[in-house]
Design a protein around this ligand. Structure first.
Ligand SMILES: *Cc1c(COP(=O)(O)O)cnc(C)c1O
Length: 465
C-alpha cells in the first residue's frame, strides 16, 4: 500500500517511509492512497479474536507486507502485554445505551500508549534493518511525552529528546517523564511555555543540519500515520462486541488534534457499522465551531481542566479535509495555509459532507466538573476530565437511544488531580505499577528558552554515543 500527502506535492511513500518521517516533505500529512475495506463476514470472523489478534489483522492491512507477519505479530503482542486489563480496552456499561471504553490500562494511563508502544517497536524494526540511528524530538504538554518515552525506552536505534515547559505540567505528568530511565532518554524542561517548546521543535525539524552525520529527526506526535493506524483497532474491538446485537454503534471522542476521532472515521470507512461520531471538545473548540457554523478559525488558547485537548488548531483535521475536498490537494493547501490570515469556510455541499460524518459539542470546565459528579452519582464511575467532556457531548448529541453510545475514556482520573478535586472528589490512588512514582529519582535538564541551547544539548548527547 502507498501513502500520499494531503498537499499533493510529495511522491507516494511506503509504510516504512511514513513511519520514519511523520510529516510529508511538502508539509502535508500522509494518508493511505486507498483504504482497505473489511466485509461483514470478515467482521464476524474477527469477533472471536483477542485484542492483540485483532490488532494484527487490522494493522497488517496497512503494513501490507512491509514487515513479515511473524515479526509484526510479536511486536503487537509485546506492545499490549503490559496493559493491566486482560481485555486491553475494556468496555464498561454506564446506564441505558451509554458505555465507556477504558483506554488507560497502559503504562502511562492514557490512550496514547496504544499507539506509542507500537510505534517504538516499528521504529526499532526499520532502523535495525537500515542500521540507521534517529533522534526523536518532541514537545509535550503532558501525556504524549511520557507515552513516547515509555514506548521508545528500549529502542536501540533511537535517542529521545522530549521538551516540556518548565514548571507548567502537572507533577504526575512531570514525574511520569523524568523517572523513565535509559541512556537514550533526555528530558528537557524549557524555561518557557508549551508554544515556545513547539516553536523550538518546529525550527529544529525545518533545518536539521546541526545533527551529526547520518542522523535524522523523527516526529512522534499524531501526525505520524502509524499512531492513527494503531488507534483504529480499538474502534473495531468495541464495535465487534455489539455485532449481531445492535445494528451499529456510536462513539463520543474527547479530541483536540482530531487524531483519535479521525481513527474512528477510518474504521467507519473501512466497513465497521458506526452510526454517529461525536467530536467532544473543551473551550478550545475550533472543531465544534466548524461543524456548527462552517467557520474554521484560530482563537487564543484557553487553559482548561482537560489540558491534553488545549489546542488552537487541530493538525489532523487536514486528513479529513482531504476527503471533504474529494482529494483536491490544492484546496486543502489553500484552506490550511489561509488559516493564519482569515476565517476558512467551505461550500454548502462540503460542509454537509462533514456534518454527515460528525456531530460536535463544546464543554466548559463547569460542565466538565458537573458531569464528573453526575456520572459518579448515577453509576459510581469516576471519569477523568477529558472523558467527562465525551460523556457530556454524548448526552447532548445522541440521536438514537437504541444504538450503544460508547465514550472513549482517554485517561485515568489519577492523572488529573486538579479537576478531580475541583469536582469535589478525593484523588484516586495511582495503580500498583506506579504507586512509588513520587519516590522515584527524577532526571531532567533545565534549559533556557532558546533553539541554540537545545541544539547544543542534543549535539553533546549524540556526539558522546
Ligand atoms: C491526547 C489526549 C486527548 C486528545 O487526543 P487527540 O489526538 O487530540 O484526539 C484526549 N484525552 C487525553 C487524556 C489525551 O492525552
Amino acid at each position: 500500500m502507498k501513502y500520499i500527502s494531503t498537499r499533493g506535492q510529495s511522491p507516494a511513500a511506503s509504510f516504512e517511509e511514513v513511519v520514519l518521517t511523520g510529516l510529508a516533505p511538502d508539509g502535508g500529512l500522509y494518508v493511505p492512497q486507498q483504504l482497505p475495506v473489511v466485509s461483514l463476514q470478515q467482521l464476524a470472523d474477527w469477533q472471536k479474536l483477542s485484542y492483540s489478534e485483532l490488532a494484527f489483522e487490522v494493522i497488517r492491512l496497512f503494513v501490507d507486507g512491509a514487515i513479515p507477519d511473524a515479526a509484526l505479530k510479536t511486536m503487537i503482542n509485546d506492545s499490549y502485554a503490559s496493559f493491566t486489563d486482560p481485555d486491553v480496552a475494556p468496555l464498561l456499561h454506564l446506564h441505558d445505551n451509554q458505555w465507556v471504553m477504558e483506554l488507560y490500562c497502559g503504562p502511562t494511563l492514557a490512550f496514547k500508549d496504544f499507539a506509542l508502544q507500537l510505534l517504538g517497536r516499528l521504529l526499532d524494526y526499520f532502523l535495525e534493518k537500515r542500521q540507521q540511528h534517529v533522534a526523536i524530538l518532541g514537545a509535550t504538554s503532558g501525556d504524549t511525552g511520557s507515552a513516547a518515552l515509555e514506548g521508545c525506552k528500549h529502542c536501540r536505534f533511537v535517542d529521545m529528546f522530549i521538551l516540556h515547559p518548565h514548571n507548567r505540567v502537572s507533577e504526575v505528568q512531570r514525574r511520569q517523564m523524568t523517572t523513565v530511565t535509559g541512556s537514550n532518554i533526555n528530558n528537557i524542561a524549557v524555561e518557557g511555555n508549551f508554544d515556545d517548546c513547539q516553536e523550538i521543535v518546529k525550527k529544529a525539524f525545518a533545518d536539521q543540519s546541526f545533527l551529526p552525520q547520518g542522523y535524522q529527526l523523527v516526529a512522534v506526535n499524531s501526525i505520524n500515520f502509524a499512531r492513527i493506524m494503531a488507534q483504529i483497532v480499538y474502534y473495531f474491538h468495541a464495535g465487534l462486541k455489539f455485532l449481531g446485537k445492535a445494528p451499529a454503534v456510536s462513539f463520543s471522542v474527547p479530541t483536540g488534534n482530531f487524531g483519535d476521532i479521525y481513527a474512528g472515521y477510518l474504521a467507519k470507512q473501512m466497513g465497521l457499522p458506526i452510526r454517529q461520531l461525536i467530536i467532544a471538545t473543551n473551550k478550545n473548540d475550533i472543531l465544534h465551531r466548524f461543524i456548527s457554523s462552517n467557520r474554521y478559525h484560530k482563537t487564543s488558547l484557553e487553559p482548561t481542566l482537560s489540558p491534553s485537548m488545549d489546542i488552537m488548531v487541530s493538525s489532523n483535521f487536514e486528513r479529513f479535509l482531504f476527503d471533504m475536498f474529494q482529494h483536491d490537494a490544492k484546496r486543502v493547501t489553500q484552506f490550511v495555509t489561509g488559516l493564519n490570515q482569515e476565517v476558512q469556510q467551505v461550500s454548502e455541499a462540503q460542509w454537509a459532507r462533514a456534518r454527515a460524518h460528525f456531530a460536535s459539542y463544546s464543554v466548559d470546565d463547569a460542565a466538565t466538573c458537573a458531569t464528573i459528579r453526575d456520572t459518579h452519582q448515577r453509576t459510581g464511575y469516576l471519569a477523568d476530565p477529558h472523558t467527562a467532556t465525551g460523556i457530556k457531548a454524548a448526552q447532548m448529541c445522541d440521536t438514537d437511544s437504541s444504538i450503544p453510545m460508547i465514550t472513549l475514556a482517554t485517561a485515568h482520573p489519577a492523572k488529573f488531580a486538579a479537576a478531580i478535586e475541583q469536582a469535589g472528589f478525593a484523588v484516586p490512588a495511582l495503580p500498583p505499577h506506579m504507586a512509588d512514582l513520587f519516590s522515584r529519582e527524577e532526571r531532567c535538564s533545565v534549559l533556557p528558552n532558546s533553539l541554540d541551547a537545545v541544539k547544543q544539548f542534543m549535539l553533546q548527547h549524540l556526539a558522546s554515543k
